[in-house]
Design a protein around this ligand. Structure first.
Ligand SMILES: Cc1cc2nc3c(=O)[nH]c(=O)nc-3n(C[C@H](O)[C@H](O)[C@H](O)COP(=O)(O)OP(=O)(O)OC[C@H]3O[C@@H](n4cnc5c(N)ncnc54)[C@H](O)[C@@H]3O)c2cc1C
Length: 554
């Protein structure tokens, strides 16, 4: 059984605003900025403004800006990558708005890299894209520029920020017509060590969840430490469905720094392969030759699965090196340093010069394609509650996200819903409090490595029924150790949230008896028509996981 609320000290303060936004990445800040001109907007963020994935994005933002490209090409590439689970109408909406969102960021002051003529923006290609359509900044520091632009714009617009404040659980009330409606959020303010200073209630007419994905549920990930699935867990506890959560994208080329490396690892952007880099195994054989027509530029799921299979084969053959492969970008020579300064820095930190050396890489968790079911306008199934960015599942990414579509989606959805909230807000409702609140324990943070290890050993790039059953047993045993004696802190809240997310991912991955997009089962190697549908995961009133959408006969 999973907890239905996060234990914390009793609330000692209250705030009231029009709109409260949870999270300060591209999605949250875009929403806050768009709503701000006519609303009081409070951004709650658990660390500093720039602690989320947005800052780390390397490749850039996808949008049709070249005359030889077209919206139809971008739609078709996105839908192909999504492997039959994209909502094409939503993809079309996103792709149509994408160039506008890039120009909007430029008007806010984002400096994207110019092409060689200096007159136009440079456009690059990444895996799965048929055309050059990715704008970037500082070479491979695109996310940093997006975050800087939005930080400055939001603060200049008068958005109020409460940093080091953790969103715990939603406050819910009932509207005049009897429908459930969000009333605000319970939050915990933290000191610099993550200890709780106080707990408060922020009431609002609209709550926007923009807490990012859940890459940290795996032992090795490209995601920063803040990306712990808090938004997905909070939605589950509020009774909302989360959808497509089994589709976790593993980035094929995350820098490999040793068998014991844990937590966030440096990413080697797909743009490096876009510039012609080639994957080799330790025996010097090309990994992607004959695997896919696009070879090294095949979609991420294909490349990650090919690398994983190659490593398994080498392991069986007793090869000396079987836990990573190599990315060769030496044809770029010194140009590598200029084009990819951030990756150069990360390589130098492990004593590698990518202009002359091959870079050791292995797949690691990177992007959550699923999340809280929401429209491209952020609306969820609960009145007054919106979700945007990686925490949401809008139907754009289907079973596998096309590279660089996520920053674009975060800015488009955030801005859309922020504008809608500037136009119209639901009436205020009073939060209802259960007479006897469900009291459950928290997970001791010392046990979190066991959750992550179970996920990485059994639910990674390639899964099957027995590995998923093992993961389910291990995580269920850990869930039985939830303890009321564990002190509330950022570490115990995040650990409990990650346990909740792990349980949801394992349940959905076990149910989906096929391979599709980034969900690859070795016991069901192919997609099955019956599975051209999404699974919703919910928690019931007892904290048990329920699935809906599993097709009969599957
Ligand atoms: C290394 C890397 C490279 C990437 N490269 C690209 C790329 O080139 N192009 C692309 O399109 N995408 C890329 N992505 C994905 C993209 O960066 C993310 O999908 C996108 O930035 C998500 O934005 P977001 O606003 O939804 O979430 P985030 O930017 O992750 O922000 C989440 C925010 O929520 C806050 N938060 C979380 N939980 C709580 C809580 N309980 N209470 C309060 N605050 C909370 C966090 O502190 C953070 O401020 C990359 C991701 C990584 C990790």
């Amino acid at each position: 059984m999973l907890p239905l609320s996060l234990s914390a000290p009793d609330p000692s303060w209250e705030r009231d605003v029009d709109v409260v936004v949870l999270g300060s990445g591209a999605a949250g800040l875009s929403a806050a900025l768009a709503a701000r001109p006519v609303r009081s907007v409070l951004v709650i963020t658990k660390d500093e403004l720039a602690a989320g994935s947005t800052t780390w994005a390397q490749g850039g933002l996808a949008g049709v800006l070249h005359p030889e490209d077209s919206l139809e090409h971008h739609v078709s590439d996105t839908v192909t990558a999504g492997a039959g689970l994209c909502d094409e109408a939503v993809v079309r909406e996103l792709v149509t708005e994408a160039p506008k969102s890039i120009r909007y960021l430029m008007r806010l002051g984002a400096a994207f890299d110019p092409d060689e003529t200096g007159d136009e923006i440079a456009l690059t290609r990444e895996g799965g894209h048929s055309h050059h359509r990715i704008v970037h900044s500082g070479g491979d520091r695109s996310g940093l520029e997006v975050q800087r632009t939005l930080d400055q714009s939001a603060v200049a617009a008068g958005v109020e920020v409460m940093s080091r404040t953790f969103a715990l659980d939603l406050l819910v009330g009932r509207a005049a017509d009897g429908e459930r409606q969000v009333a605000g959020v319970r939050v915990g303010s933290l000191d610099t060590q993550g200890q709780v200073v106080s707990v408060g209630h922020v009431t609002a007419r609209a709550v926007v969840i923009a807490c990012g994905g859940y890459g940290q549920v795996f032992a090795s990930t490209s995601n920063p430490p803040a990306v712990t699935g808090d938004g997905v867990a909070l939605a589950l506890r509020a009774g909302l469905p989360v959808t497509d959560v089994e589709f976790v994208q593993f980035h094929p080329t995350v820098m490999w720094t040793g068998a014991d490396a844990r937590g966030q690892q440096a990413l080697v952007s797909e743009a490096v392969r876009g510039e012609g880099a080639i994957l080799y195994d330790a025996e010097g054989e090309r990994v992607m030759k004959g695997v896919h027509p696009l070879e090294d530029l095949a979609p991420r799921d294909v490349v990650a699965a090919a690398i994983t299979r190659r490593m398994a084969r080498l392991r069986e053959q007793g090869a000396e090196v079987s836990d990573h492969v190599y990315l060769d970008a030496t044809h770029l020579g010194d140009r590598f340093h200029e084009r990819f300064p951030g990756i150069t820095e990360a390589c130098r930190a492990i004593g590698i010069d990518p202009a002359v050396d091959r870079i050791p890489v292995a797949p690691a968790s990177h992007y959550a394609c699923g999340g809280i079911r929401a429209g491209l306008d952020g609306r969820t199934g609960l009145r007054g509650l919106f979700a945007a960015g990686e925490v949401s599942r809008t139907g754009v990414h289907g079973a596998n996200r096309l590279a660089s579509n996520s920053l674009t989606e975060s800015v488009v959805t955030g801005t859309r819903l922020g504008r809608d909230l500037a136009w119209e807000l639901p009436d205020r409702v009073e939060p209802m409090f259960d007479a006897a609140p469900v009291v459950t324990g928290l997970l001791d943070p010392a046990r979190l490595p066991e959750v992550r290890s179970a996920m990485s050993r059994h639910v990674a790039v390639l899964r099957d029924a027995s590995s998923l059953a093992l993961a389910g047993d291990e995580v269920a045993a850990i869930a039985r150790s939830l303890d009321r004696g564990v002190d509330p802190s950022v570490q115990s809240w995040e650990s409990t949230n990650l346990l909740t997310v792990a349980t949801a991912v394992i349940a959905a991955a076990s149910a989906r008896t096929e391979s599709r997009g980034c969900h690859r089962r070795t016991d069901f190697a192919d997609p099955r028509d019956v599975w051209r549908t999404s699974i919703d995961v919910r928690l019931d009133a007892a904290g048990r996981v329920h699935l809906s959408g599993v097709p009969p006969g599957a």
